[in-house]
Design a protein around this ligand. Structure first.
Ligand code: ADP
Ligand code: GLC
Length: 479
């Protein structure tokens, strides 16, 4: 059987542009699928993408996207990176910006039009080139399945992956014409969502298959607690919905090959050298004390209320705490207020890939009190780098982190300290368990060594995607 031709579309792909885990997935999943599929990854060519570094060149293909009576010029670019073929859509309105989606807390108000251009440009590409599958990620690609259904001439099958239902791309309905969508789709069982136009709903309604990034989240989003208002709609489409857990890139997140570390390591002695180096770098003292880290976006989703509340109570305990992230100002302020008073807390504001790797290498525990977590990558990275994640037992965290109290050397799963209630008391209790466990160093080390040997790669999940690709293309050949 010949390899399926796949167009894999996302609004961010590491290392070209990244704001979160979507970029990691859009980098590493296609890499894992590449041997079995003939695959192109496509994203917008934002002005901050380093064209020179990645040898990104114009491919000499132009499409005019004509929507709402306006013509938007589009140009196709490409490069080969790590053996994978990339395509980039360049259109000034979509790409000539300083941020992906707008400054934090203040998105660009023309994002609907920007990403509609991206979606229409993908459609134009699909008309010129044959792909068996279009794999579309999150709301920024949500219109593509709808546009394909409207077109009739394009034979590609569509898979839509939800990375985070909380971001739905819902916009004022007055933009329908401007974004080139026929008003006939503005109904409750299609793209209308409480009077607005929802890109996410378009993806769910019209794709041939829908996935989300963990089996538990696939179940959770059918409930009012996690469904973000779409639980009923998803229930209606649940026959085509599955949860496939994310992996992490085994090369990029490998402590033994990590170029960001002064001492790449395979054992606990090497890890300890990294801890020493990092504590020195950020001015924390006490290598014998457990180091807790938090890396992530400062948003409600990540349990920032819990973290900021618990931080002050944690600080007097015998530990060090290091936090890296950026996001909402109120959380910056709250973290700073506590950290300013404590000598064992180090705060780094901003986005710093290399620093995050040094932190994973140094830490003993990762804090991840997310209120909801579609998958989460940090906890897998943390376990691979030899630490135990302290996690709220939810979504992908529930699927990837087993309770250390049930530690079993024969299991292929990673272990950490899950807590059930997203309350400060339960979170603090889990931190106390971590501190107690750390005093039993022999046992703690045994779990760490186990976690480091676990397989968090894409292998198995890439096979599941591959099977899904086959299923939806076979459905088409049967009628
Ligand atoms: P989400 O996509 O919801 O933000 P994930 O856990 O899926 O969460 O992925 C987050 C990714 O982004 C991880 O690779 C994590 O290490 C990285 N990351 C998040 N914030 C930062 C930061 N401030 N600096 C460096 N890396 C970060
Ligand atoms: C989203 C989710 C996160 C997931 C990532 C990649 O950003 O918040 O849980 O790991 O997408 O799928």
């Amino acid at each position: 059987m010949s390899k399926p031709r796949v167009l894999f579309a996302a609004s961010e792909v590491y290392p070209f542009a990244k704001s979160g885990g979507l970029a990691d997935v859009a980098h590493s999943l296609p890499r894992a699928l590449n041997t079995d599929c003939d695959l192109h990854v496509i994203m917008p060519l934002y002005q901050f993408v380093d064209r020179e570094r990645f040898a990104i060149v114009a491919l000499g293909e132009h499409f005019d996207v004509a929507i709402g009576g306006v013509v938007y010029p589009v140009e196709l670019y490409g490069c080969v990176y790590e053996g994978l073929d990339y395509r980039f859509i360049y259109s000034p309105l979509l790409c000539d910006r300083d941020f992906l989606y707008g400054p934090p807390e203040r998105g660009y108000d023309d994002n609907a039009l920007r990403f509609a251009i991206f979606n229409h440009a993908i459609l134009a590409l699909l008309k010129k080139h044959t792909y068996d599958i279009s794999h579309l990620n999150d709301w920024q690609c949500g219109l593509v399945p709808l546009l394909i259904k409207d077109d009739q001439t394009i034979r590609t099958k569509t898979l839509f992956t939800i990375h985070n239902l909380a971001y739905q791309g819902a916009f004022n309905s007055s933009i329908l014409n401007e974004i080139g969508i026929d008003a006939k789709h503005f109904t409750m069982d299609a793209i209308e969502f409480y009077g607005e136009v929802s890109f996410m709903k378009a993806g769910i309604a019209y794709a041939d298959a829908v996935t989300t990034v963990s089996p538990t989240y696939a179940k959770e989003i059918l409930t009012a607690e996690f469904g973000c208002g779409l639980e009923g709609f998803l229930e209606h489409h649940k026959n085509k919905l599955t949860g496939i857990i994310n992996g992490i890139d085994a090369e990029h997140f490998s402590p033994s090959e990590d170029k960001a570390l002064s001492v790449p390591y395979v054992d606990l002695r090497g890890k300890n050298s990294n801890k020493n180096a990092y504590l020195k770098e950020v001015g924390l003292s006490g290598v014998k004390k457990p180091l807790f880290i938090f890396v992530g976006r400062f948003t409600w989703q990540k349990g920032m209320e819990l973290l900021t509340e618990v931080l002050g109570k944690m600080a007097p305990k015998a530990c060090n705490i290091a936090i890296l992230g950026e996001g909402e100002e109120k959380y910056h302020d709250a973290l700073k207020r506590v950290a300013d008073k404590e000598s064992n807390i180090h705060l780094a504001f901003g986005y710093d890939e290399s620093l995050s790797h040094r932190m994973y290498a140094a830490a003993d525990f990762l804090l991840m009190p997310s209120l909801f977590e579609p998958c989460g990558l940090n906890q897998m990275i943390a376990m691979q780098y030899g630490e135990l994640p302290v996690v709220h037992h939810v979504g992908g965290l529930a699927d990837t982190v087993c309770d250390y109290k049930e530690f079993n050397t024969k299991s292929a799963k990673g272990y950490g300290i899950p807590f059930n209630e997203p309350s400060p008391t339960a979170f603090l209790n889990a931190i106390d368990q971590a501190l107690a466990l750390y005093t039993n160093k022999a046992y703690y080390n045994k779990i760490v060594k186990h976690n480091m040997l676990c397989d968090f790669s894409w292998q198995e999940s890439a096979n599941s995607y591959r099977k899904l690709y086959d299923n939806i293309t076979q459905e088409s050949s049967h009628g």
